[in-house]
Ligand binder design. Structure first.
Ligand code: MRU
Length: 357
């Protein structure tokens, strides 16, 4: 293991040109004493890594969405505990400094259940040493990739059984691909699987305001995969669905309550409501670990509120009048009754609440 020099290296950036054609894009990796993140804020213009040596730099990277997407956050959280062990040894932390750093990391973003799960799973192994903690991150990544491949197969099976074995027009929201997971993706994993079976005609990609995970990240992943797509503003989703342009909507989830309510990127609820109106299947894809039995329903889920400037500035330029304030929730909650199928690695399951249709 290469431990960074005492004195404290800061986060550094390195181009990832050599990985451009790699079949599996991995947004988070343990780099033997540090964490390597693919800096998603630079995509699609630049493919560059961040080398993270301090827990608070990891927290900052999580908050500004350099690493994002629920499963990727879980893996980053587990490796973050390993990073805390390395930093503690380097800087001579006492126990309370260590615990506080891990607590800050666990709370860096509150909605995705995976971040706290990843931190907790790694923290449970700290008495077994650094290698055991690092192994938790690796095991989470392996399990997530396996789950995503199974989600892809189950989701494609369910959708083609429901809609008939034909090329489909799919709508998706936010980014649920390899960038958001260990590899492959959840909702985007189903789209990849449908594409592999020759069953994707076109993907409508919601741009996903305000941080554009759809137009920057999903569009980039679809282009890499050779899947035909159109980027649309979020406000176009309802009319595309109600107007008959969409056969199925497939989205991911950050946390699923015990009653089947789904927290996901802001704008997901509008997609679900339009699908319910139009009779278009609304499919949620997520690993079974996303189901949080401790959240009874939407009221128990904390929705992250993001800074005003993400809404009030466009491409760095203020577009709202001086003094304007923003309403900027990062996620919304879709009631279980609007979900036609929840696809996990275990198969398709119907949400716990009764269907409205
Ligand atoms: O704010 P983000 O980009 O982290 O939000 C991500 C999403 O909402 C995804 O849909 C969700 O995490 C599922 S990723 C497989």
């Amino acid at each position: 293991m290469s431990v960074p020099r005492p004195g404290g290296p800061s986060a550094t950036r390195r181009s990832r040109a050599a990985d451009r054609t790699a079949p599996a894009l991995r947004p988070v990796a343990w780099a033997g004493g540090s964490i390597r993140l693919l800096d998603q804020t630079l995509l699609p213009d630049r493919l560059a890594d961040l080398e993270i040596h301090r827990v608070d730099d990891l927290i900052a990277a999580i908050r500004r969405l350099a690493v994002r997407g629920a499963p990727a956050l879980g893996i980053a959280g587990a490796y973050g505990v390993a990073l805390a062990i390395v930093q503690a040894a380097r800087e001579g932390w006492d126990g309370s400094t260590f615990t506080a750093a891990v607590g800050r990391l666990r709370a860096a973003r509150p909605t995705a259940v995976a971040l706290a799960q990843g931190v907790d799973a790694a923290y449970a192994r700290i008495d077994d040493g650094l290698d055991a903690v690092v192994a938790v991150g690796g095991a989470l990544a392996d399990a997530d990739e396996r789950a995503n491949r199974a989600i892809g197969r189950h989701g494609a099976d369910w959708i083609l059984a429901r809609l008939g074995d034909r090329p489909l027009r799919v709508l998706t929201h936010c980014n649920t691909g390899a960038l958001a997971t260990a590899a492959w993706g959840t909702a985007l994993g189903i789209i990849r699987e449908l594409h592999a079976r020759g069953r994707v005609e076109l993907v409508y990609v919601d741009e996903t305001r305000p941080l554009l995970q759809g137009s920057r990240l999903t569009a980039w992943e679809l282009a890499q995969a050779g899947i035909d797509y159109r980027v649309q503003v979020d406000g176009a989703a309802a009319s595309a669905i109600v107007g008959g342009l969409v056969d199925v909507a497939i989205v991911g989830a950050d946390r699923i309550a015990a009653n089947g309510d789904v927290a996901n990127k802001i704008g997901t609820l509008g997609v679900a409501l339009a699908c319910a109106h139009a009779g278009v299947p609304f499919v949620v894809a997520a690993s079974a670990s996303t189901i949080d039995e401790e959240s009874a329903g939407s009221a128990a889920m904390t929705i992250e509120q993001r800074p005003d400037d993400e809404v009030l500035l466009v491409a760095g330029r203020r577009v709202a009048p001086p003094g304007a304030r923003a309403h900027n929730p990062a996620f919304d909650v879709t009631p279980a009754g609007l979900v036609d199928a929840l696809i996990t690695e275990q198969g398709a399951r119907l949400p716990a609440s009764p269907f409205t249709r």
